[in-house]
Design a protein around this ligand. Structure first.
Ligand SMILES: [Mg+2]
Length: 195
């Protein structure tokens, strides 16, 4: 049995495109997913907002909505596969939150099962997991101790195109993930036996 840390934003829910829609609606801009070339979108949004005459625009207001996740749906296949993983292993959500949206995120995650613990942190490497599933290369890049890193790339963000940091790149939630984690665990246990 492995402990599997799973990220939330852009790993089990698309909270990025709704951010762009939210921004475009408020500012009258037409920022598109495909145009974006850097992970931190806030500076781009601020620039665009200023061009449209919205000075001092705060793009993070989106992330501070107390009902942010009430309106969002899990990515296809994620609920079934994560329920399955949690029957075979111990799943733990590890996610960076704005305090304002944390309760809404926790409520949203009940769709994946009631008994999955939630850890709110940006310093994910300090959590005692065996396997991590995350879309964020900056997070995966902090983990260099042999723990298994799955890079989740369904939303194929322009700034991660052609870049692989994890031990495995996955772009959809299907049973391949379950098989890979089981194989990785077998390999790890075999390694322990021979030590
Ligand atoms: Mg993420």
């Amino acid at each position: 049995m492995s402990v599997i840390a799973i990220d939330v934003d852009l790993t089990v829910v698309d909270s990025l495109n709704p951010w762009l829609d939210w921004f475009n609606e408020r500012v009258g801009a037409d920022l598109e997913h495909a145009q974006l070339l850097q992970y931190n979108l806030a500076p781009i949004m601020r620039q665009q907002a200023a061009k449209q005459g919205h000075f001092d625009f705060d793009p993070y207001v989106y992330w501070k909505q107390p009902d942010l996740y009430d309106k969002l749906e899990p990515l296809g296949g994620a609920v079934d596969i994560i329920k399955k993983l949690n029957r075979l292993h111990t799943v733990v959500w590890v996610s960076h939150c704005f305090p304002e949206h944390e309760n809404s995120k926790i409520n949203f995650l009940r769709k994946f099962g009631e008994n999955i613990p939630f850890i709110s942190t940006q310093t994910k490497k300090l959590v005692a997991f065996d396997v991590i599933i995350d879309d964020n290369l900056d997070i995966l890049n902090t983990i260099h101790d042999g723990r298994f890193r799955i890079q989740y790339n369904e939303l194929s963000k322009p700034w991660t195109r052609n870049e692989t940091v994890g031990d495995l790149l996955i772009d959809k939630w299907d049973s391949h993930i379950v098989d890979v984690i089981r194989a990785e665990e077998l390999g790890r246990n075999r390694g322990r036996m021979w030590r």
